[in-house]
Design a protein around this ligand. Structure first.
Ligand code: ZN
Length: 235
């Protein structure tokens, strides 16, 4: 048997950190209608990357059991004071990534985050939907107002249904394609509307012009009739 001096590590299930248990209790999943997703707590490695993260969601094929990863410092007391709304918000953000593979931070992802936050309700005296940030929508920078408005409307519609979070994610994913297609058509539709308005304005201008010309003609005719009348009277 070959031996080595190298220590090898792998994930093992450990007891849930207290701060995490308080921030993400079992009844939260009942409200979310979501199957609990495992969480892995690790410490960001210093100096390995300029990318700073509080959590991330690796592709499922790169995980042991579909887990999402959170910064261990959030649930420890050594460096930060644990905050339930922050821990829950991080967990739900990464959970939304697990539900929406291939979407990154677009309006569809933002809508799923909002569904989870709306269903989560209030944590640590904070309505969780207030934890939604523009970061959740950053891939839509060009159409941010429309993206947020769409996501807000869809999320409110779905949050109150009996659909599971996984079903909501599927519905949102399907609707997102249609919304994107409508958005792409919008410039063409706006141009067509502008063209139609231009034609209408031109027609109105022509009508007014012709009315003005006719008014002079009638005035002239009226003057001639009047003049003839006067001449006849003087005759
Ligand atoms: Zn993210």
């Amino acid at each position: 048997m070959t031996t080595t001096k190298v220590r090898v590590l792998r994930q093992v299930e450990v007891s849930v950190p207290q701060a995490f248990a308080e921030a993400v209790p079992p009844d939260l999943f009942t409200r979310l209608r979501l199957t609990a997703i495992p969480a892995l707590f690790i410490r960001p490695q210093q100096g390995t990357s300029s990318f700073r993260w509080m959590g991330f969601c690796a592709g499922e094929e790169f995980t042991e059991s579909g887990e999402i990863t959170l910064d261990a410092r959030c649930v420890e007391t050594a460096e930060w004071k644990p905050r339930a709304d922050l821990i829950q918000g991080l967990y739900l953000h990464e959970a939304a990534h697990r539900l929406m593979p291939g979407h990154r931070h677009n309006a569809a992802f933002g809508a799923v985050v909002l569904v989870l936050y709306l269903r989560a309700g209030v944590t640590n005296h904070i309505e969780m939907w207030q934890r939604s940030t523009l970061y959740d929508f950053r891939d839509e920078a060009e159409y941010l107002p429309q993206a947020f408005a769409w996501a807000w409307r869809v999320a409110h519609e779905l949050a109150g249904t009996g659909d599971t979070a996984e079903q909501c994610a599927k519905i949102i994913s399907e609707r997102y394609g249609a919304w994107r297609a409508r958005l792409a058509d919008e410039p063409a539709q706006r141009q067509a509307k502008r063209d139609a308005e231009f034609v209408e304005r031109k027609a109105l201008e022509n009508r007014l012009k012709s009315m003005r010309e006719n008014r002079w003609l009638w005035a002239m005719a009226g003057f001639i009739v009047g003049a003839v009348g006067v001449l006849l009277a003087l005759h």
